[in-house]
Structures are given as C-alpha cells and as structure tokens.
Write a protein that binds this ligand. Structure first.
Ligand code: UD1
Length: 413
C-alpha cells in the first residue's frame, strides 16, 4: 500500500513521525513523506526532521509562503501533478494548516487513468501491486484520504484553521479523531459514523517516543533558568500578532510579568516580523527577565516545557502537551478546538485583559499534576496501523474474490 504522509508546517512533523516509523515496520506498507514546503526555515522544518529521525522527504512541493489562496492554490497545483505520477493508495493529511485542506481537495478530486498501473517516481513494496483505490467505496478511481486529528472545532470561522478543518473533514474518507468531542462534532455535521474512528492523540506518541532525549537535553540550564521557576511563552496566531495595537499590549504585559517570573520566549517568524514592523522588539529585548529566542527544535523546546512552571501560548499543540505533563497553560484565545484540555487538562482560556491576574493566580497555587486523558497514551500510531492493516487485508481478500469470480465467468463463457 503506497501511503502519502503529508506534512507542511512545524506542528505537522510531530504528527506524521510516529506514524511513519510504525508503518515502516510493516511489510505491506510503503509510507512516503510529502513535504509541501509551507514551512521552510531550517529551525521550522529541517531541525524537526532531525529530531524525529525522519528521512529527507521523498517528495517536496516547495510552495513557501503566500496569502491563503496563493498558498492553498500552489499546493493543490503541485500536489495534483504528484498524485497523477505516483498514484498513492492512501493520502494521510494531519492537523489544520492550509496544506492539509489543499492536499485533501486535490486528492479527493483526482481521477487516475483507468487500466494503467504504471506509477512513476516511487516504488511500491506491495508484491501484488494493487491499488487501494476508492473504487470499492464507490467514490471513483482515486486514493482514499484519511484525516488525522479530525473533528476538532473552535466554532470560530474567523480562524483560517477552522475553515481548513471544516473542508478537510467534509471531504476525507476516514476521520481519525483524538477525543470524544471530535466524534460528536462530526456526527452533528452529518458525517456517517462508519467514517469516524477514535484513534487518540498522536502528539503524545511523539512526546513519548522522544521522552529520553527530551529529559537528557539541558535547554533550561543553558538559559540559566531554574526548574519549575520560569514561564514559556509562544505566540503566532494572526489575532494576537498581526495587529500593532494588540501586539503592543501583549508585549507590555509580558514585560511586566517577567518581573515576577522569568520568561523564555522562542519567537515564531510571523511574530518576529510583526514585532520588527511595529517597532515593538525593544519592549521585549530590553527586559532582563525575558529571553527572546529563535524558534527551537522539538527536543529543545519540549525540554523547556517539561521544566516550566507555566505556559502562556496560542498554540494548539502546547495546550495538549502541557495538559499531559500537568503544567498550567494560559491560552491567549477566545476559544479552543481542544476543549478536553480545559475539562480534563490544565488549560485555561485567557483574555489579554486577564493575563496578569491569571498568571499571578497560578504562581500562588500549588503545582498541578499530569492528567490522564483517554487514548493519549503513545499508542495512537499503532491503532492507526491496525486500521490500515485491516483495510489492506480486506482489500486483498476482495481482489482475490474478484479474480476468482472473473475466472469463473470466463470459464462459463
Ligand atoms: C501556520 C498555520 C497555523 C499553525 C502554524 C504553526 C495556516 C493557515 N496556518 O501558521 O495553523 O499553527 O503554521 O507554526 O496554515 N515564515 C518564515 N519561515 C518559515 C515559515 C513561515 O519566515 O519557515 C513566515 C513568513 O513570513 C510567512 C509567515 O511566517 O508569511 C507565516 O507563515 P504561514 O505558514 O503562512 O503561517 P503560520 O503563521 O506559520
């Protein structure tokens, strides 16, 4: 089974890595990484491939940055060509970035030429060379599409990610959810139950896969930070960083908080560009208690999170990681597509106006404990492999039955 694992941006690499490694061990599977190039800086992309022991992507679309339509369109055009040449049996898309939606649209609309089995560019390990096309599902001659991290909803359509989630989930054939709220959202939208499979949270697989390296790393010490006595900050959402006024307010608040607890702040390229554009960088860089850093690779960043007292963020993944680790998290957003991190984890939504007060409340409370959330257990990739193995076996059985029935028909003629 030729399987494309599509990755585009920083949070995607952690989601494909455990699945790539698990599929690599299977005789019947041929996983191929497709990097769309949405993130391209060394410390936003290559560094993650190194940490996660991923090979160079076999397919690189090199689309780079652009407006939403530009970026989405470039990915669709480039990926359509790849689909025609390499004809995967299955395309796995992850998360909610523009490339997730773009590859889903391209893959669900492609029509492979009939009666032509020649694939270019990649070799298929499957000795029978079958194509697990969607024919058997009555969808036409194209790959199946699976969405990993399906069903999450912020119910806020001003977020580009929410549009990406809605489109991807409406089109994908298999919807792999991390938590019950994902299933419920999809069912309410009319998705047939048989398309939904709750597989768990793949980010926890990456964390557990690299726990040893994360614990051996000494990022916090290199920054002269004491364990349990500093905060980690990350910001990159357009709603927080694209407007001068809100970014200024946030910068002033963080500068104030750094007098109470030291802050380590790895700065996303979008945020750095805007801090420079609005002339706000000095507010942060002139602050003794605040360490502005370049984006960190996965292991170094997670080492910083592991030993932090609290996280202040607008990232989706950090809400999950801190819940799992039992570290308080203030999410600078009005909503979250990951409500389970609030109901069962350590996450709290936080308006900018409440940041100082909520930070002070956390600092005066006892430290929290790691939270146990169902299927956030480091076994998500294995559950997906089991689903795909089953699919592969069923398809093989089907091809065998079809071949026998054709032989019978030929004999009768
Ligand atoms: C994207 C995703 C967001 C995800 C985030 C993780 C969408 C709509 N957004 O946001 O959901 O949470 O990735 O980081 O898909 N840039 C660089 N170097 C890079 C990449 C980007 O300098 O390697 C700069 C460029 O100026 C670019 C800007 O960052 O225009 C934004 O990049 P983009 O991929 O459009 O969105 P993100 O904010 O990274």
């Amino acid at each position: 089974m030729l399987i494309h694992l599509v990755a585009a941006a920083r949070p995607n690499f952690m989601k494909i890595a455990p699945l790539y490694h698990a599929l690599k061990k299977e005789q019947w599977a041929n996983p191929v990484i497709v990097h769309t190039g949405q993130h391209y800086d060394v410390n936003m992309s290559d560094a993650f491939f190194r940490d996660l022991a991923l090979p160079e992507p076999q397919i690189h679309l090199g689309v780079g940055s652009g407006s939403h339509a530009e970026q989405t369109g470039k990915v669709m055009i480039a990926y359509e060509k790849i689909l025609t040449e390499s004809r995967p049996d299955l395309v796995v898309v992850v998360g909610d970035v523009n490339s997730t939606m773009a590859c889903t649209v391209a893959a669900t609309k492609i029509v492979y030429p009939k009666n032509s089995d020649k694939r270019q560019g990649t070799s298929d390990k499957n000795p029978e060379g079958f194509q697990l096309s969607a024919v058997s599902c009555g969808l036409g001659h194209r790959p199946l599409v699976a969405h990993l991290e399906a069903g999450l909803r912020s119910f806020d359509r001003t977020m580009p990610e929410e549009i990406n989630r809605l489109v991807t989930d409406a089109l994908a054939d298999m919807l792999w959810t991390p938590s019950p709220d994902g299933d419920e959202n999809l069912l309410k939208e009319g998705v047939p139950a048989e398309r939904i499979q709750r597989v768990g949270n793949i980010m926890i697989d990456s964390l557990e896969m690299l726990r040893g390296s994360i614990e051996r790393e000494r990022t916090y010490r290199e920054l002269d930070l004491a364990p349990g006595k500093y905060a980690v900050v990350t910001l990159h959402r357009p709603s927080n960083v694209d407007h001068g006024e809100s970014l200024n307010r946030l910068s002033q608040l963080l500068a104030g908080i750094s007098h109470k607890i030291p802050i380590a702040f790895p700065v996303h390229p979008r945020t750095r560009k805007n801090l420079e554009r609005f002339g706000l960088l000095p507010i942060l860089s002139n602050c003794n208690g605040l360490r502005l850093l370049e984006p960190l690779n996965y292991v170094r960043f997670m080492n910083l999170v592991f030993h932090s007292r609290l996280a202040i963020t607008d990232s989706g993944g950090i809400q999950e990681e801190t819940s799992y680790l039992g570290i308080p998290c203030l999410t600078l957003r009005e909503n979250t597509e990951r409500p389970i991190t609030i109901t069962q984890g350590t996450n709290r939504l936080c308006g900018v106006q409440d940041l100082e007060e909520k930070t002070a409340a956390i600092l005066s409370s006892p430290a929290s404990k790691p939270k146990k959330i169902d299927l956030w257990d480091g076994q998500t990739a294995e559950r997906i492999v089991a689903i795909l193995r089953n699919l592969n076996d069923r398809k093989k059985g089907l091809s065998h039955a079809e071949a026998q029935s054709t032989q019978r028909e030929v004999r009768q003629d």
